[in-house]
Design a protein. Sequence first.
Length: 374
Amino acid sequence: MAEGFRFTLHATDGRARTGVIETPRGAIRTPAFMPVGTAATVKGMKPADVRASGADILLGNTYHLMLRPGAERVARLGGLHRFMNWPYPILTDSGGYQVMSLGDLVKVHEEGVEFRSHLDGSRHFVSPERAIAIQRLLGSDILMAFDECTKHPATYDEAARSMHLSMRWAERSRTAFLEPSGQGSALFGIQQGALFAELRRESAERLVELGFEGYAIGGLAVGEGQEAMFEVLDYAPDQLPADRPRYLMGVGKPADILGAVLRGVDMFDCVLPTRSGRTAQAFTREGTLNLRNARFAEDMGPLDSRCPCPVCARFSRAYLHHLFKAGEMLGPMLLTEHNLWHYQQMMDGMRQAIADGAAQAFARTWLEVPETLS
């Protein structure tokens, strides 16, 4: 385990777990949801307001930050925490998913990935070693190994080839991370194998041999659907060490997150609460509301009568409806803030429910309403 990094389990309920990840920049309560700060900002939010919502940690995007403003520039300016005024833990993804999503702009080979920037078409090369170097320049607290995000759908042979490449890259990432040793930071390996249990078991075994501080479950939430994802999560978390954090990348909707927590996952990230806020979608205990809908034009009630966030305390559905109809920037800002509070309230409630032995009941209660209301 890296210096200054420790994971302690406090309680379990079935396969659900609650605990704390300790880092030099603060504690992360698990299960944890990480708001996504793609370009060194959670869109529409000030850092203090993100913290007030209950977030212990943010996610930064290696691909976007290496292109703009550049990892070396961020390092010269004091690192990502100082640059964005977030003194708490930051996890950076390796950039593998974003690079692979560029399609024809990408060439993958054993040494790494060549690609053209989506910003200006400039050529770039990222190897496992370079991905670790970029994350070090950013000053990340939790770094991710460089991997290939397996396409979906994939045949067994395609998934096996991709997974084996990711495992070779994981070894190179680990070596780069340990030379020199990263004081106070941690490196997570990423399990691959698509929807194939045998491949995921092989991937997990190799990652455990390499000895990471935590482990991510990759290659899900890429179009396979919730049923298939849960089928993988019925076994994949248990293939990973029980004494290390388990991180499901890019998930997701509240039902996805709670279902994954019940299957033994500890960490999550997703753009959904912020992206939904920008498109007039509000997550509430009554379901998901579309604030553009005319039925809210004279509704003086709060978004969610059970939500303690500043938005629900101060603004009506009618006012929020007006902001979106008028194209005012305050509308997306307020809904983003509310949605982040909603997610953090969900995680806080789930942590307490696990400690009380009531995880299943909490999940059922939280999801007792339709997902979307018109």
